[in-house]
Design a protein around this ligand. Structure first.
Ligand code: NAP
Ligand code: HSE
Length: 443
C-alpha cells in the first residue's frame, strides 16, 4: 500500500525529532501501521537551518516558508503541527481541518486555549486531532486516560508535568546551582518553551493539566479557570524546611473531583518525601491517576526533548494511519467522552479548594506568640498537624530576637486559611507576610 503522506509544520526540537524517529524506525513503524509514513513536505521560517537538519538523506524533501500551501496541498494526508503557540499554529490547524486533513500536534497551549473550537471543527469535518505529545512528552498519559482507564470514575490526577521546572528544582536541591544556571541548562537541553516564563510561572503545566482534566472528567477544556502559581517566588528556605519536615517541594498540576466542582490548579506543592512522585528528578515527568476501580496508577518518563516527544507524535501518526478510514463515529472521541455528553461541572475558584497547608512565619520570640497564632487557627477549625520552631536569632541592637515558625495544618478549605493568615499577619509579634504553600498527601 502507498505510504501515508505527512506535511510537517516546523522543524525545531520536536519537528526534527519526529522526522529522525520516523526515518530511523521506518520499517518497524510500517509493520505496525500497515503502511509507510513519509514526510513529504516541510514548512519553516529558516529554510537553510531545516536543510542542514535534514542532511543529504532528506535533500529531496521540499522545504519552504509557506505553511498555508502545506495545509492546502492535496497530496498531504496528515498535518503535523510543531510550530507552537496560539497564533499561526491555530490558523494552520483550523485550515488543515477545513481541508479534511487529520492533525497531529504537540501544542498544549493551542489545545488548552482553543481546544473546544478545534475539536468541534474536527468533529464536524470528521477528522482526527491527535495530541499525545502535548502532555508529558513521551509518556502515553493521553492514551491511558482516554482508553486504558475508561472503566473508571477518575477521582484525581496529580502530576509533575513540566520538565524544565522539575529540572530547576532538582538542580537547585541536589547540585546547589542557582535558579538562572539551572534554567539556562534546561534551555540548552531543549526542555524549555520558546518563552521560558511559561515553564517557570506554571503556565505550561496548567495547559497540560487543563487538557488532562477535560479527558478525565468529561468537561470542556477551560484553561482560563485554572489557578496558576509557578516557582519563581519559591524561597530556598522553604525547600530546606520542607525537607526537615519530611517533604519535598514539586510543581504539581492537580485536577480533582470535589463535592461541588472540579479543582484545577498548578502550584509548588509539598509532598511526603517517601512518595514516588517526590523522587522524580531532573526533567522527568510523572503523573498519578486515581480511579475508583483501579486505584492509583503511575506514569513516568521523559516529558520533554526531541525524541521522547517525537515518540508520542509518531505513536499518534500510527494511530491516525490505522484509523483514518474508520467511520468517524467509531473512533475514540477527542476528549474521551462523546462530544454531546460533556458535563458542565464547574471549576472551583481557588478559595474553595481543600488542602493542607504549610505556613511559615517570622515572629518575635516572646511569651504568648504561639498561643495567639494557634488560637486564631483553632477559631477557624484549622487544626495543626506539625510544628517546627527554629532557634532564635538576635536581630537587633536592643537584643530582641526573632525566629521562624512553620505550621503544618490538617485539611481545610483555602478561604478559611486565608482569613486566618490575614489575622495572624495583623499580630504585632508577627513580622512581614506569612508564606503559604499547599500540601498533598497523595494517598
Ligand atoms: P522549536 O524548537 O522552537 O521549533 C519551532 C519550529 O517552528 C521551528 O522549526 C520554527 O522555524 C517553526 N516555525 C515558527 N514559526 C513558524 C511559521 N510561522 N511558519 C512555519 N514554521 C514556523 O519548538 P519545539 O520545542 O519543537 O516545540 C514545538 C511544539 O511542541 C510547541 O508547541 C511545544 O510546546 C511542543 N512541545 C515541545 C516539547 C519539547 O521538549 N521541546 C515537548 C512537548 C511539546 P525556524 O526554526 O525556521 O524559526
Ligand atoms: N517546556 C516543556 C517542559 C516541554 O519543560 O516540560 C514539554 O512540554
Amino acid at each position: 500500500m502507498e505510504s501515508i503522506k505527512i506535511g510537517l509544520l516546523g522543524f525545531g526540537t520536536v519537528g526534527k525529532g519526529t522526522y529522525d524517529v520516523l526515518k530511523r524506525n521506518q520499517e518497524e513503524i510500517k509493520r505496525r501501521a500497515g503502511r509507510g509514513i513519509e514526510v513529504t513536505r516541510i514548512a519553516v521560517r529558516d529554510i537553510a537551518k531545516a536543510r542542514s537538519g535534514l542532511g543529504e538523506a532528506g535533500a529531496s524533501i521540499p522545504v519552504d516558508t509557506d505553511g498555508a500551501a502545506l495545509v492546502d496541498d492535496p497530496k498531504v494526508d496528515i498535518v503535523v503541527e510543531t510550530i507552537g503557540g496560539t497564533g499561526i499554529a491555530r490558523d494552520l490547524v483550523l485550515r488543515a481541518i477545513r481541508n479534511g486533513k487529520h492533525v497531529v500536534t504537540a501544542n498544549k497551549a493551542l489545545l488548552a486555549v482553543h481546544g473546544s473550537e478545534i475539536f468541534e471543527a474536527a468533529s464536524q469535518r470528521g477528522v482526527m486531532v491527535a495530541f499525545e505529545a502535548a502532555v508529558a512528552g513521551g509518556v502515553p498519559i493521553i492514551k491511558a486516560l482516554r482508553e486504558g482507564l475508561t472503566a473508571n470514575r477518575i477521582e484525581w490526577i496529580a502530576g509533575i508535568i513540566n520538565g524544565t521546572t522539575n529540572f530547576i528544582l532538582s538542580s537547585m536541591r541536589e547540585r546547589g546551582v542557582d535558579f538562572a544556571t539551572a534554567l539556562a541548562d534546561a534551555q540548552r537541553l531543549g526542555y524549555a518553551e520558546t518563552d521560558p516564563t511559561f515553564d517557570i510561572e506554571g503556565v505550561d503545566a496548567a495547559h497540560k493539566v487543563t487538557i488532562m482534566s477535560a479527558i478525565a472528567f468529561g468537561v470542556p477544556v477551560q484553561f482560563e479557570r485554572a489557578h496558576i502559581e509557578g516557582i519563581s517566588k519559591l524561597d530556598s528556605i522553604d525547600i530546606r524546611y520542607a525537607e526537615e519536615l519530611g517533604y519535598r517541594i514539586k510543581l504539581l498540576g492537580i485536577a480533582r473531583r470535589a463535592a461541588t466542582g472540579i479543582e484545577l490548579r498548578v502550584h509548588p506543592t509539598l509532598i511526603p518525601s517517601k512518595r514516588l512522585l517526590a523522587n522524580v528528578e531532573g526533567a522527568m515527568n510523572a503523573i498519578v491517576v486515581q480511579g475508583d476501580a483501579v486505584g492509583a496508577t503511575l506514569y513516568y518518563g521523559k516529558g520533554a526533548g526531541a525524541e521522547p516527544t517525537a515518540s508520542a507524535v509518531v505513536a499518534d501518526l500510527v494511530d491516525v494511519t490505522r484509523l483514518h478510514t474508520a467511520d468517524p463515529h467509531n473512533r475514540v472521541p477527542h476528549l474521551a467522552f462523546q462530544p454531546d455528553r460533556l458535563s458542565d461541572t464547574p471549576i472551583l475558584p481557588i478559595d474553595e479548594i481543600t488542602s493542607s497547608y504549610y505556613l511559615r512565619l517570622r515572629v518575635a520570640d516572646v511569651t504568648g506568640v504561639l498561643a495567639n497564632i494557634t488560637r486564631i487557627l483553632a477559631d477557624r477549625d484549622i487544626s495543626i498537624d506539625a510544628l517546627l520552631q527554629k532557634e532564635s536569632e538576635e536581630v537587633s541592637v536592643d537584643g530582641r530576637s526573632e525566629t521562624d515558625i512553620v505550621l503544618v495544618t490538617h485539611e481545610t478549605i483555602e478561604k478559611n486559611v486565608n482569613v486566618a493568615i490575614a489575622l495572624i499577619e495583623a499580630l504585632d509579634t508577627v513580622k512581614g507576610a506569612v508564606t503559604k504553600l499547599r500540601m498533598e498527601s497523595l494517598n
